[in-house]
Design a protein around this ligand. Structure first.
Ligand code: ADP
Ligand code: MG
Length: 240
């Protein structure tokens, strides 16, 4: 579903991504792990063109999204993204946070958008919060709303950049559980995470990144049992 060939990204002289080549199959759940500064966020941001790659190609569902002619709006609709800091619209109630883009960008009627939003709120376990403002929610609840809002655009793939890193420990579980459900529903997704238990249990592939390279790509059972590279082994020693 996503074919990435020789992806690089530099900021000035600083080469942050140094040639990433990989293919993500439909329905695959990729956990992207690696030390801070290794380029994980930049990698994800390139995939939905929040950053424009310096070179290389990304083909999403047969469309070269790095081509000059690529339709950025359309691509971002098809690839949802959830961030560490939820970025909810603070001046809108939960329901409006979720219905805003489907109505404005996709032209859904209010009725249809509300129907979809209520389904999604049910899915993330927050149906009773439709009429409150984000400031009244806990961090875990905000993140579940951010996920529902992203799903409301009915994306074909989802990117999560450290979705639980800003949360108090007791809220991590409720958010990971929503992401797990989404994974088992067959959504194609890439999740940057420090939650090794989640990576081990929910991912179908582990990508280990270091210094802008995809150093290792493996199934979780083999990666966690015996990483192939020295760098991954050292990283695991530090985090496990
Ligand atoms: P990670 O998510 O793995 O911690 P990032 O992708 O955020 O890594 O960053 C990788 C490197 O790129 C870091 O050295 C960071 O300082 C640098 N970087 C990220 N974004 C920018 C930017 N907009 N301008 C300049 N340097 C950046
Ligand atoms: Mg990051």
């Amino acid at each position: 579903m996503i074919k990435i060939e020789g992806l690089t990204k530099s900021y000035g002289k600083h080469e942050v991504l140094r040639g990433i080549t990989t293919t993500v199959e439909r329905g695959e759940v990729v956990a992207v792990i690696g030390p801070s500064g290794s380029g994980k966020s930049t990698f994800l941001r390139c995939l939905n063109l929040l950053e424009i790659p310096s070179s290389g190609r990304i083909v999403f569902d047969g469309i070269d999204i790095t081509a000059r002619s690529a339709d950025l709006m359309r691509i971002r609709q098809r690839i949802g993204m959830v961030f560490q800091h939820f970025h909810l619209f603070p001046h809108m109630k939960v329901l409006d946070n979720i219905t805003f883009a489907p109505m404005r960008v996709k032209g859904l009627s209010r009725e249809k958008a509300v129907e979809l939003a209520m389904e999604l709120l049910e899915r993330v376990g927050l149906k009773d919060k439709a009429d409150v403002y984000p400031s009244r929610l806990s961090g875990g609840q905000k993140q579940r709303i951010a996920i529902a809002r992203s799903l409301a655009m009915q994306p074909d793939a989802m990117l999560f950049d450290e979705p639980t890193s800003a949360l108090d420990p007791e809220m991590v579980k409720e958010v990971l559980s929503v992401i797990r459900d989404l994974a088992s529903s067959g959504m194609t997704m890439l999740v940057v995470t420090h939650e090794m238990k989640f990576a081990r249990e929910a991912a179908s592939q582990i990508y280990f990144m270091d210094e802008g390279r995809l150093v290792e790509k493996a199934r979780p059972e083999s990666f966690f049992a015996k990483p192939q590279s020295e760098r991954a082994a050292r990283f695991l020693e530090r985090v496990l």
